[in-house]
Design a protein around this ligand. Structure first.
Ligand SMILES: Nc1ncnc2c1ncn2[C@@H]1O[C@H](COP(=O)(O)OP(=O)(O)OP(=O)(O)O)[C@@H](O)[C@H]1O
Ligand SMILES: [Mg+2]
Length: 228
């Protein structure tokens, strides 16, 4: 379980993006983090993935402060896919996917390749294995970035707007796929797509101006949003 206690983050220009966040993410739930543009969703995800160091508050994974975990343990526990994906442009899809398992987990090239092929097959994008990122569509690149993140088998995967480049059918497949993967990896997903949130998540969080103003069962949170 992730537990966030009294978390505040202020950017260098004085903008306070998170104001004393308190929330727990039990692993048996898939969470959708929703909220208006600028409400602090990405900032929260960036603190949870250690890209931003909060000035106040603590984030715990089980009983450890995540900022005190060693890099290897942290990377094996938390995966993250940003809005901007960050695929390496000079590497094929397969090379993008096998880099971290080889470097961080010491997997042999052969084993890493076999694992990558299995993951691409599971996601229905095996035909992209030898393409470079510039040769795939936006929606395909999104799936490649997520597949790459899953190669390290993290306990928890943080996704920022994973469906922004997906069409309706691919979004539905993606919800299904997240539910199937849930026994190995739990997901916390920032999304504007309420339909996707409803089918993929079991719990919802709604943020406004750096605070969590609603959280609970996904259907309850969605009906509050629609009533706003
Ligand atoms: N690098 C930065 N420097 C200064 N202010 C920032 C920076 N990044 C974000 N902010 C500000 O912090 C607040 C929260 O931004 P954040 O990106 O977390 O919002 P968000 O909920 O993810 O929005 P969106 O839905 O548009 O992605 C906003 O007011 C934003 O302008
Ligand atoms: Mg954002």
């Amino acid at each position: 379980m992730i537990k966030i206690k009294n978390l505040s983050y202020t950017y260098g220009d004085g903008k306070q993006a998170l104001k004393g966040i308190n929330i727990s993410f039990p692993v048996e739930h898939i969470f959708a983090i929703m909220g208006f543009s600028g409400s602090g969703k990405t900032t929260l995800l960036n603190c949870m993935s250690r890209f931003l160091k909060p000035q106040e508050g603590t984030i715990y994974w089980e009983d450890s402060d995540i900022f005190e975990m060693d890099e290897k343990t942290f990377r094996a526990t938390f995966g993250v896919v940003f809005q901007s994906l960050n695929l390496f442009p000079h590497m094929t899809v397969l090379e993008n996917m096998t880099l971290a398992p080889a470097r961080l987990q010491g997997l042999s090239a052969r084993k890493a390749k076999a694992a990558a092929i299995e993951m691409l097959e599971r996601l229905g994008i095996l035909e992209l294995a030898n393409h470079y990122p510039a040769q795939v569509s936006g929606g395909q690149a999104q799936r490649v970035a997520i597949a790459r993140g899953l190669m390290l088998k993290p306990r928890l995967m943080l996704l920022d707007e994973p469906t922004s480049a997906l069409d309706v059918r691919t979004t539905e497949d993606f919800s299904q796929w997240i539910r199937e993967l849930k026994s190995d990896t739990n997901f916390i997903i920032v999304t504007h797509d309420l339909g996707f949130a409803k089918t993929a998540a079991t719990r919802g969080i709604f943020m406004s101006e750096g605070e969590i103003i609603d959280s609970g069962n996904i259907n309850d949170v969605l009906s509050h949003i629609k009533g706003r």
